[in-house]
Design a protein around this ligand. Structure first.
Ligand code: SF4
Length: 63
């Protein structure tokens, strides 16, 4: 995504199985490679991760 990804926006690189198409590819953004999927951010499931990440986005967003 040439102009970055907005909070809450689905990345165009996610495939139908919610896996990154750029994993292991040098074109994968550095911020993605640096992200550490810790339990406090991602919880125990995709649903928990979406809740936790949405809260973080709301707490740190402009609106
Ligand atoms: S790791 Fe980065 S590039 Fe890959 S799907 Fe997630 S946001 Fe998109």
């Amino acid at each position: 995504m040439s102009e970055g990804k907005r909070a809450g926006e689905r990345c165009v690189q996610l495939d139908d199985d919610n896996l990154c198409r750029l994993f292991g590819d040098p074109r994968r953004p550095q911020v993605c490679s640096d992200f550490d999927a810790t339990h406090d951010v991602c919880g125990d499931s995709r649903d928990q991760a979406l809740i936790l990440l949405t809260r973080l986005e709301q707490a740190t967003g402009d609106a």
